[in-house]
Design a protein around this ligand. Sequence first.
Ligand SMILES: *Cc1c(COP(=O)(O)O)cnc(C)c1O
Length: 340
Amino acid sequence: MEKKNIDWANLGFGYIHTDYRFVSNFKDGAWDEGVLTEDANVVISECAGVLQYAQTIFEGMKAYTTADGRIVTFRPDLNGERMEQSARRLEMPVFPKDKFVEAVRKTIRANEAYVPPYGSGATLYVRPYMFGSSPVIGVKPADQYQFRVFTTPVGPYFKGGVKPLTIRVSDFDRAAPNGTGHIKAGLNYAMSLHAIVDAHNQGFDENMYLDAGTRTKVEETGGANFLFVTRDGKVVTPKSGSILPSITRRSLMQVAKEYLGLETEEREVYAEELPEFAECGLCGTAAVISPVGKVVDHGREICFASGMTEMGPVTKKLYETLTGIQMGTIKAPEGWVVEV
Ligand SMILES: *Cc1c(COP(=O)(O)O)cnc(C)c1O
């Protein structure tokens, strides 16, 4: 397959039109077979449920080329499972995870010419999503839905090297207790836009959100989970019902335990304890781990020992091991790396 003429190493993170996308419609209580189409436009009623009451959910994953030239994706079954859970919470029909994985593989295969070569640092970002497509004016779930998968090539995350982030403890809340923080829904992002624009205007890279109930416990940022490393090398991640269960974070915790022999703990983490940690990182599909150098809590600066120029040693080991597993240079646990 001939690759597209793209300057992979200098790609950013933006939408680039690719050749094919997958579309399946839900009508009269059932999903149709679904097709690949070259039509990138969506035509829906002006009164569609998604437009009026934000009934929409999504997933985010990557396809890439391994060291031995296979095109693969990482743990797509977990994205499928998570999308099932998101659908249930927003009263949307479940798109079964097996069909989800098949649709993702089909879409990647159809856009193989856009999968960046091994070593370029770039990847093909894959965006499955679903929305209420039929008219809704009285508040209720839509009757009809569309599930789609598109792809877009994205550049290396750490262009020009790793640069630890400075984040602030936010006065805005991300998710209510017993709300929708644990599902991947556009609505969680719509209400975070003001907080992130404000953070950027104040010179911060990200917001650290605390639990909305007591405002004492660390939850996550707008789009990534936290990992902390204690001074004696234990890997800690916050536990809360309103955190989005990151697949990267869950994988890194398993890597810490099973590959690196580190102690791991998922527990409530209080903002008060932040100065006790040696390293801090943000985990998500996009970067795997972005190191955090500094947290600013209302003027009080908490600087991690790992500093502002590089990843901390444990964070780095975690990053290298998981990316090695993904790229096929380190043996993966069964089912983690799926050929498309
Ligand atoms: C998608 C997302 C993450 C990261 O999840 P991954 O499965 O690791 O990509 C973390 N937090 C939020 C709020 C997210 O939407």
